[in-house]
Design a protein around this ligand. Structure first.
Ligand SMILES: *Cc1c(COP(=O)(O)O)cnc(C)c1O
Length: 245
């Protein structure tokens, strides 16, 4: 085993024990929580190291890179049951590249993008090239920072009805990013996402939004305390020099 493989394994043990502690504090169980390894800054070799360490879910923020890594891992026996999600900004001219390849697109940040993904997916479904509607999450700008993309909460309240009508996508939940470097605001952001989810469920009978994708290297424990079902971890997984508090 290389030093790096040893480090990524030991780091995983530390992450799992912190996840476990956060879930215990919140009275939650492991069954509804997934840990994503965000592999956007590392090459395929390190993804393989992460697979060997026990990760099964990966995230990429660029379509070309997601497809490149999926192709590179094709046929590798250890990669048989792994999944890649698209977590970064998606331009409409890149939708076709990730349709059906990204297990879930976390970054549906506008009605326009949702419609564009849905119409392309619907066409592929008709042609028998896609087995099921594309799973997606709706990205919400809960914190209201101008630098962040995503639906404004009010905007989402008013167009959830339209989003639900889109036949080419299956909306599995909500995603957000918290302001950096401020645990208190991060907690408010995650709690805000959960509150919005509860509101939408109350307003739309039969709607299901099981997934709350939130929490990154600096704030995943807070996110889990506030109901996150999927934490997206980059540096803490892959960078041995990242310091956990
Ligand atoms: C890079 C990235 C992450 C992971 O960030 P870290 O702080 O390295 O854990 C999570 N989500 C998205 C959308 C990202 O782009």
């Amino acid at each position: 085993m290389t030093d790096y493989q040893d480090q990524i394994r030991r780091r995983r043990e530390e992450i799992l024990s912190r996840v476990d502690a956060a879930l215990t504090r919140a009275g939650r169980s492991w069954s509804d929580v997934k840990i994503m390894a965000v592999s956007k800054t590392v090459d395929t070799g390190r993804v393989l190291d992460a697979i060997h360490a026990g990760y099964r879910l990966f995230g990429e923020n660029r379509p070309q890179e997601l497809v490149r890594k999926l192709d590179a891992l094709k046929g590798a026996p250890e990669a048989a049951d792994i999944r890649f999600d698209m977590i970064g900004n998606l331009q409409t001219n890149k939708i076709n590249a990730v349709l059906g390849r990204a297990a879930c697109i976390h970054s549906i940040s506008s009605l326009h993008l949702a419609e564009a993904v849905s119409s392309r997916a619907a066409r592929r479904l008709e042609q028998g090239e896609l087995a099921a509607p594309q799973p997606v999450l709706i990205e919400v700008n809960v914190s209201g920072e101008a630098s962040k993309s995503g639906f404004d909460p009010d905007e989402l309240r008013s167009c959830m009805g339209e989003l639900r009508e889109l036949r080419g996508i299956r909306i599995e939940g909500l995603m957000t990013m918290a302001p950096r470097g401020d645990k208190h605001r991060a907690r408010e952001t995650f709690a805000g996402l959960r509150g919005l989810r509860d509101e939408l469920l109350a307003a739309h009978p039969a709607l299901e939004l099981p997934e709350l994708s939130c929490g990154m290297s600096e704030d995943f424990e807070v996110a889990l305390e506030e109901g996150s079902t999927l934490v997206r971890l980059g540096r803490v997984v892959f960078d041995p020099s990242f310091e956990l508090e």
